[in-house]
Design a protein around this ligand. Sequence first.
Ligand code: SIN
Length: 303
Amino acid sequence: MVDMTVQIGSLKLNNPVIAASGTFGFEREIEQYMDLSKLGGISSKGLTIKPRSGNDAPRVAECPQGMLNSVGLQNPGIEYFIENELPHMLTYGCAVIANIAGHEFEEYGEMAKLLEDTAVDAIELNLSCPNVSGGCMAFGSDAYMIRSVVSSVKKVSSKPLWVKLTPNVTSISEMAIAAEEAGADAVSLINTLLGLVIDIDSRRPIMKNNTGGLSGPAVRPVAVRMVNEVYNAVSIPVIGMGGIMTGRDAAEMMIAGASAVQVGTANLVKPTACIDIIRELESWTANTGAAGVSEITGTIVKW
Ligand code: SIN
């Protein structure tokens, strides 16, 4: 028997496995395949002030050991989400995290205010989407902007605040420290790595938006390295993601320093991947003799 619960600041999760933003929709399409109460949590698709239809297709492309997406934050808008999707999501019995993505600086605070009277368990500030022209990654690659956005949201929100960081920077630790100093309760990383795939016959980029964000097993070593770097740089919990496909991958991310993990691309390969990952992580933890999965966090052994 292993205690699978983990604590992310004031928020207790059933287990450390969270379905990553954008890979589960608003869960209605997934609920027929699994008991969602078994998850640690679900992060919503990135929400914006106004509805967005996203970028023109083609906007996904497979590549060796991964995929690129350039969805462009397609979503029905935060008010629609609060009225029509959130009440249903809250019935699942796992933590519900609202991922919010602003184009303008002020939009983060406006959305956080709208979420204040809801029962979402945490807000994940998307400062890292690489597929839109303003906000998000443009803010998340500038430590000054991270500080400004996080502190402005902190002023209007009492919800636990997670900041989702981009790997497309020189020093992700610098960005994590900026988030922590401005009051973030946790950081989540990594969002996707900016990539380009070309159809050599037409010589055109495969995706209409040219570039896209790379995810999947190909990025995992980069994610593990960045999680470890950030774990050593901040005192707030780190939520690790990037190419986790199995329970052993989740264990690796936790050994690097993650208190919880998010699973994204694996859900697109197998909708029940999170359940398999929880089961595998539990049995791997039991075999180590640990009483609880949280004991694994940050146990990397140095040479
Ligand atoms: C997208 O909708 O383009 C992906 C979202 C993200 O990378 O945060």
